[in-house]
Every structure is written in C-alpha cells, then in structure tokens.
Design a protein around this ligand. Structure first.
Ligand SMILES: Nc1nc2c(ncn2[C@@H]2O[C@H](COP(=O)(O)OP(=O)(O)O)[C@@H](O)[C@H]2O)c(=O)[nH]1
Ligand SMILES: [Mg+2]
Length: 620
C-alpha cells in the first residue's frame, strides 16, 4: 500500500458509497440466518465508516484526524498545549474531571467538514499552514473514573485516521490503554509518545529498565517492528513561553512537531487514508466471511433422507395404534359397509335388504318423538342409518386414540427429527422454529381426516369394487332385481292355474287359500335369501378382510401427511440460506473487487510512514 494519489481516493469514493448502500440495505432487510451481535455491530460501524470515507474522499481536500489517546495524567492535554504553543486544553494534576475533547484545527476547515463526533467538541482554530489538513484532537482519559469521559473517547476514536498513543514513564502499558490499542490498531495508524521524558531520566541513571526500550519491545511483540516513538517532555514545552526550555537528553518534541508539520505531507495523508480504507475493507471482508450463511444443501438432503425414514416408521406406528382402536368397532364398520352395499340393490331384493335400516331409521324417528325419560330405556343402537355418521364415528375414535397415544407421539416426533438433523450435519437451531410451528398444528384434525378418508376409500373399494368383483356384484344386483320378480310372477301363475286351469297340461295341486296366499311370498323371500347367501359367499364383508386394506390406506395417508408437513423443511431452510448466502457473496465480491483494485493501485509498496504506523501482520 503506497502512493495513493488524490485521483485514487476520488475514484474510490463512488465504490465506497455503493458498498455502504449495499451493506446498509442488507443489514436492514429481514434475515433468516442469525447474525452474531458482535459481527452485526462491526458491520453497522462499517456502514458509518464507509459513508464517512466516501464523503471525505469525494472532497477537494483530504483531512487527517489525529487523535491523542492515553491514560489519565500522562500529559495529553499538556502535549496539545505544547503543540499549540498556548493553553488551549485544560491540563491539571487534579482528576478525574469531565471534559469534552478539544479539537485543534485550521481556520479554513469549516465546521461542517469536521466529522460529526468532532463537531460538538471544544473547537480551537489556528492559522498554521503546515497543519492545514491535520485535525488534532485531545481526548478525555481512557481510564477515567467518569463513564461519560470514556463514552466521549469512544465516540471520537472511530473517526481517527491516526492515533497518537501517549504514555508516561509510569503509565505506558496499562491494561485499558493496551486493550484499546489492540482493538483499534487493525483499522488505524498508530504513533507513540513517551511523555514526561524528564522523569524517565531519573530511572535511566538508576540502572533499571528503560521505559522507552521496554515500550519498544512491547510494540515489537505486538507486530510493530519500527514504531514511530517520540520521547517528549511536554510540560517543559508548554511552560516555555517561546523560550528555549531546559531539556533532558534525547528529548524529541521538535521531531514530533517536524513530523506533524512536514513529515505528514498531503501525499502521506492520502496514503494513510487509503490504508485506512484498505484496512476497513479487509475487516469487512473478514466479517462478511464470518456471517456468510453456510451451504447446507448436502446436509439438507441427508437430513431429508433420515427424516423420511423416521416419518415412515412413525406413520406405521400411528396407523397401528389407530387400527387397534378401530378393531374394537369392527362390527360397526361391517354394518356400515353392508348398508352401503345393500343400497346398490333395487327391486324386491333392494326393498328387503334395506328394510332393516329403514326400520331402524323409523325407530330412531319415533324415539326422537318420545319423552326423553323413555328414551333412556330404549337402547340407542350404533347403527349406520339412525343418526350415525362416519365422521362422528371417526371423530370419537380419533379423540380417544389421541388422548391415549397420538398427541404424545406428535409432540415427541419433532424432537426425534431434530436429533436426526444433528446426525445429518444440519444445525438444529435453524430448524427449531419451523419444526415447532408444525408441531403446534392441528394434528388431531389431520388424524381425523386421514382416518375418515381411509375408511371412505376402503368403503368404496368394498361397495363399488373393480374387476371381477365388479362383474359379480353387477350380476348379483341384476339377479336380485329379476329373480324374485320372476319367482313372484311364476308362483302367481302357478296359484292362478290351481284355481282356474289356464294351462290344462300343467297339472297343479289344489291349493288351500292360505297356501295360495303364502306360497308366492315364501318363494319370493326364499329367492331373496338365496341372492343374499350368494352375495355373502361371493362378496363377503367382514372386518378381518377389510382390515389389511384399511391399514395400507391408513399408513399411506398418514405417511403423506407427515411427509408433507416435515420432509421438505431442511431443504427449504437450506434454500433460504443459499439465497441469503448469494446476497452476502454479492457484497463480498464488491469488497474484494475494491480491495484488489486498491492493491493494484498501490502495487504492494509500503511507504516509511505506513510501515511504521501499521502493524506488520497482514490483515488480508
Ligand atoms: N514531569 C512532567 N510532568 C508532566 C509532563 N507533561 C505533563 N505533566 C503533568 O502531568 C499532569 C497531567 O497532565 P495532563 O496534561 O492533564 O494529562 P492528561 O490527563 O493526559 O491530559 C499535569 O500535572 C502535568 O503538569 C512532563 O513532560 N513532565
Ligand atoms: Mg487531559
């Protein structure tokens, strides 16, 4: 990274603006894949940063924010006063004090061009042309007992392009300061001031560890092989009043001023800005990679397979449970099927076969007319035509089974599915909500529908059969219509012939009047009984026979219900994640394109400045 020219920065502005928009839109849109709080906070900060940088880079003059940061009493304010050559920042031995950051800037910089967090600070203007594009900020102590001070510092740090970390002989590696340094160094350049150099001298002659060397070693360990470090006696300069102060050996305030005024050329400023943007983008790249939803297509397929197996087994078990309950009412179902079958018959056979149910309907009607006290004495039959409906029958069955078994099973099923998902490598956190919602569905209603539908399916199989059974039934229906009628007509003729011989050749016995009356009836009934016997023999309706077909239907329907509810969930979730992943990839591509472009512009050359101000460990 080096040699960023204004044209580079200006060319960067639209890309940053575009990225900011993409990122902000994505953060504002509803997301299925959860974003860790820390990453979300980082990306939100990045949005602000991008907006700020895009605006700053689009301008004619690029400004550099230099923020003095350090523990309480190290002499930051004294240093700013020394730099300003006047007492502009309150420096004192008594603390803690609440104070606003002091912003030292050139007169030509209008307030609205200062970054927003700086606009509300104490603003001190100067007319030094060598500091025209540099804004120096004295901040409240980072280890202040006053939370408000810390908050003020935290508000200013994000807009720092360059941090001057100020320490003193007794305080240059305190925990809080070092933490802040570590937090911000990937994003900002760092220079170091070891203040109160006059005091350090005392230690030097005592033969102890030199604080400057100790600090340099610490910084080397942190990845700064050649940090920019100034040994300074700020108080001496602040109190000098234009006179030459009495300075300890190796004091470097002049070097610090020289660097600030002349070392940080416009070109250097731009390098630092470009580097800052580069670091911002590199961090965004890392954050986006972290929050990129995973591709779970394979895990979803595997999980679906595992689920299908579980759902099949579950359907089998549920079907068996329902079947056991239905078994207890096999006779009712037989009766219902028979009634339905009998309805196919017409003529005399139809009349006789359906007589039973007609009588029962009549009985039920009469019953409904009787006072209720009487009703109790008359047993209410579970018969298919007197107020009995398949729906009500199924409902009471379902409710009984649900209470005993099915409810518990439907509650436990999702847990089994989630365990299997884990085995399939699918993060269950992504499934819990969906699965929970399905679990809370109206499962009793589903079981009822399945039971009723299955019963109706077998009913139609048995009462409207196909193939050879269809032909048989058709034959029987025809036989049932014509045989009794023919028998009736034949017996009528026979009876008539016995009284008035119409056919002289047909020898008939003399019939008694009773015989003449009953013979046709008996013969007709016998023929109906015959049809009925043949019907029972050829198309028997017995629960044991109905049962296995019914079980198959039940299994199939239950399986369909369970599969429809659950099986697709992993794949759907994976698909959703893929869509979100594509969106993140879109932003990531944009970030990487910009980084590559910056790389190509900078041709990987480090200037002395960036080598010193930035840690060595590459962030990308
Ligand atoms: N001996 C010595 N004392 C200093 C020096 N610079 C600042 N001080 C004193 O350190 C105390 C804290 O200074 P101040 O600027 O308020 O520190 P801040 O909290 O970092 O802003 C004051 O009493 C200063 O006079 C220095 O170079 N040498
Ligand atoms: Mg101060």
């Amino acid at each position: 990274m080096s040699g960023a020219s204004p044209s580079v920065l200006r060319a960067l502005a639209p890309s940053l603006g575009h990225l900011q928009k993409l990122l902000a839109e994505w953060l504002a849109s509803p997301r299925f894949y959860p974003l860790p709080v820390i990453d979300e906070a980082e990306l939100r900060l990045a949005v602000e940063d991008l907006e700020r940088q895009a605006a700053a880079m689009g301008r004619e003059r690029v400004l550099l924010n230099i923020v003095l940061m350090g523990g309480t009493g190290v002499g930051k304010s004294t240093l700013l006063n020394a730099l300003a050559g006047a007492s502009i920042a309150l420096a004192s031995a008594t603390r803690p004090t609440t104070r606003d950051p002091v912003v030292y800037h050139h007169r030509s910089v209008p307030i609205h061009l200062l970054d927003r967090p700086l606009q509300g600070c104490v603003l001190v203007q100067h007319e030094r042309p060598t500091l025209e594009s540099k804004i120096i900020v004295d901040t409240p102590d980072l280890d202040s007992n006053e939370p408000a001070n810390r908050a003020r510092l935290e508000a200013v740090l994000p807009v720092a392009d360059l941090v001057v970390y100020v320490g003193s002989q007794e305080k240059y590696h305190d925990r809080l300061g070092w933490e802040l340094f570590r937090k911000h160094r990937p994003r900002r350049g760092f220079a170091f001031v070891l203040n109160k150099w006059d005091r350090c001298q005392i230690g030097l002659h005592g033969g102890g560890v030199r604080p400057d060397e100790d600090l340099l070693q610490d910084l080397q360990r942190e990845g700064f092989p050649q940090p920019l470090l100034f040994r300074v006696s700020a108080r001496a300069w602040a109190e000098a009043n234009g006179h030459e102060p009495n300075l300890p050996e190796g004091e470097q305030f002049r070097d610090l001023v020289e660097w600030l005024e002349h070392g940080l050329t416009q070109r250097e400023i731009e390098v630092i800005k470009a580097r800052g943007v580069y670091q911002l983008l590199a961090q965004m790249e890392q954050a986006l990679k972290r929050v990129r939803p995973p591709d779970l297509s394979e895990a979803a397929n595997l999980t679906r397979q595992l689920w299908e197996k579980i759902l099949n087994e579950e359907a089998d078990l549920m079907a068996e449970t329902l079947l056991q309950q239905v078994d207890q009412h096999g006779d009712v179902i037989e009766g219902h099927f028979k009634t339905a079958l009998f309805r196919r018959f017409r003529g005399i056979t139809g009349f006789v076969l359906n007589l039973g149910s007609k009588l029962r309907a009549l009985a039920a009607w009469v019953q409904s007319l009787l006072p209720s006290s009487w009703m109790k004495q008359l047993t209410v039959s579970s018969d298919p035509s007197a107020g009995w409906t398949l729906e009500a029958f199924c409902r009471s069955l379902t409710e009984a089974v649900a209470e005993q078994h099915l409810d518990a099973r439907s509650q436990a099923l999702p847990d089994a599915l989630l365990v299997a998902a884990e085995r399939g490598g699918f993060p269950i956190l992504l499934l819990i909500e969906q699965v929970q919602r399905i679990r809370q569905g109206d499962w009793r209603g589903s079981y009822l529908a399945v039971l009723e539908k299955s019963l109706r399916e077998v009913e139609s199989q048995w009462t409207s059969p196909r193939g050879i059974r269809k032909a048989l039934l058709k034959g029987l229906v025809i036989a049932g219509e014509w045989i009794p009628l023919s028998v009736f007509l034949a017996s009528l003729l026979y009876v008539l012939n016995s009284f008035f011989p119409i056919f002289p050749g047909w020898s008939t016995q003399q019939l008694s009047p009773w015989g003449a009356l009953f013979l046709p009836i008996i013969l007709v009934l016998l023929s109906v009984v015959l049809v009925y016997i043949v019907l029972r023999l050829l198309l028997p309706i017995r629960w044991e026979k109905i049962r296995s077909g019914f079980r198959d239907h039940l299994r199939k329907r239950l399986c369909e219900k369970l599969q429809a509810a659950y099986a697709e969930v992993p794949v759907q979730v994976a698909q959703r994640l893929l869509e979100e992943r594509r969106r993140v990839d879109g932003i990531l591509d944009e970030v990487q394109r910009t980084l590559t472009w910056l790389d190509s512009r900078e041709q990987g050359r480090d200037t002395l400045t960036t080598a010193a101000l930035w840690e060595k460990t590459p962030t990308r």
